[in-house]
Write a protein that binds this ligand. Structure first.
Ligand code: NAP
Length: 374
């Protein structure tokens, strides 16, 4: 195999460090040629030294333009987008326009800018290999049949730390409670999104954008063990599932090497200790973000950008102690009620995201002011 050169953007986070771990174990196959992070300069410097990346290609707090440039450097074969939030958009667009392989962990960019990302993919000829475990699972299951043979996609959800709780009992949960994910160790934003099931909702939109399947044919099932990551039901009734113990290095390895699999196993199942795999429907009453995401996806246009932008602001406020957990869905829903503009090009998406954030901040400020006068 020829050496593949990799840009890891968002290198200091959960996905970024795991990507570098995989590469460090397979240095004869992969070489790191660019890195970027926002705050953690000390770790970024260490990573640059360890992987021999020059200072001009290990960029702390990059501008949008710098992020885009790193993703499309001539000698980059694979750009891993491990940035969190809408800030990852320049990486997604730039890598695809430049015809690169995009290892996509950053779901927010695809969700907010689906139509624009699709245009960039078509124009530049770049390919997306998903890193999100559910979508990597779907990517693997879909190797079993053609698109016209797919009846439905099924995404599994662990249910997060609050599975089984009633809406009333969730009103007073703390940030520490919400960060205590039962099966995955991830960055703070996605962990909160998992606790609200917004993460699963975002993943439904992501699945639609990646695989072109309609929302009526994408289902979510709660599977607390997080061993089955996704399933595809085909027209003849066969369901193909992808199973592995939770370990993001498996999908990262596939994004680096696809169509080949990594010659090192992560997440191997010990069938002697795995006693049960259980399934239950999601509680869309207590976890309203899932329904909001389906509604945003079905509405299309700039509505997913609005959902995602408002959610980022609400999650930040919750993490800062300024918003209650159950108010995250309320803020997102309130912002979604406003008309949004078109989503024809990047400017539209940037505007929709900015407006959603401004509206979410206004809704938050009003809530805080009301609380002070109560
Ligand atoms: N963690 C998982 O297991 C997992 C699974 C599936 C999907 N994802 C998705 O993968 C993405 C990353 O998640 P994560 O859990 O790895 O997040 P994380 O641990 O918070 O890491 C985020 C990374 O992005 C960097 N970053 C943030 N803003 C940036 C900017 N403007 N420019 C450059 N770098 C920036 C951060 O740098 P600093 O740390 O230096 O600030 C950090 O390296 C998210 O979209 C998430 O939904 C994650």
């Amino acid at each position: 195999m020829t050496l593949r050169r990799v840009a890891v953007l968002g290198s200091t986070g959960s996905i970024g460090t795991q990507s570098l771990d995989v590469i460090s174990r397979h240095r004869d196959e992969y070489e790191v040629v660019a890195l970027a992070a926002r705050n953690n300069g000390a770790l970024l410097d260490m990573q640059a030294k360890e992987f021999g990346v020059s200072a001009d290609r290990a960029v702390l707090a990059p501008t949008d333009r710098q992020l885009a440039e790193l993703a499309r450097l001539d000698d980059v074969d694979v750009a891993i987008n491990a940035v969190v939030g809408f800030a990852g958009l320049p990486v997604t667009i730039s890598a695809l326009e430049a015809g690169k392989r995009l290892g996509l962990a950053n779901k927010e960019s695809l969700i907010a800018a689906g139509p624009v990302v699709a245009k960039a993919r078509a124009a530049g000829g770049g390919e997306i290999i998903p890193i999100d475990s559910e979508h990597s699972g779907l990517y693997q299951c879909l190797r079993s049949g053609g698109t016209s043979e797919v009846r439905r996609l099924i995404l599994t959800a662990s249910g997060g730390p609050f599975r089984g709780r009633s809406a009333e009992s969730l009103a007073g949960v703390t940030v520490a409670d919400a960060l205590n994910h039962p099966t995955w160790n991830m960055g703070a934003k996605i962990t909160i999104d998992s606790s609200t099931l917004m993460n699963k909702g975002l993943e439904v939109i992501e699945a639609h954008e990646l695989f072109g399947i309609g929302y009526d044919d994408i289902d979510v099932v709660v599977h607390p063990q997080s061993v089955i990551h996704a399933m595809v039901e085909f027209t003849d009734g066969a369901t193909i599932a992808q199973l592995s113990m939770p370990d993001m290095r498996l999908p990262i390895g596939l994004a680096l090497g696809a169509p080949s699999r990594l010659n090192e196993a992560f997440g191997t199942i010990d069938w002697t200790s795995l006693s049960q795999l259980t399934f239950e429907p999601p509680d869309t009453g207590a976890f309203r973000c899932l329904g909001l995401a389906y509604a945003a996806g079905r509405a299309g246009g700039a509505v997913p950008a609005t959902l995602s932008g408002a959610n980022e602001i609400a999650v930040e406020a919750f993490l800062a102690g300024a918003l209650r957990w159950n108010e995250i869905a309320e803020v997102v829903e309130e912002v979604m009620q406003h008309d949004v503009g078109p989503a024809d090009d990047l400017e539209d998406i940037l505007a929709a995201d900015r407006i959603a954030r401004e509206r979410a901040k206004k809704v938050l400020d009003k809530r805080l002011a009301d609380r002070r006068t109560q």
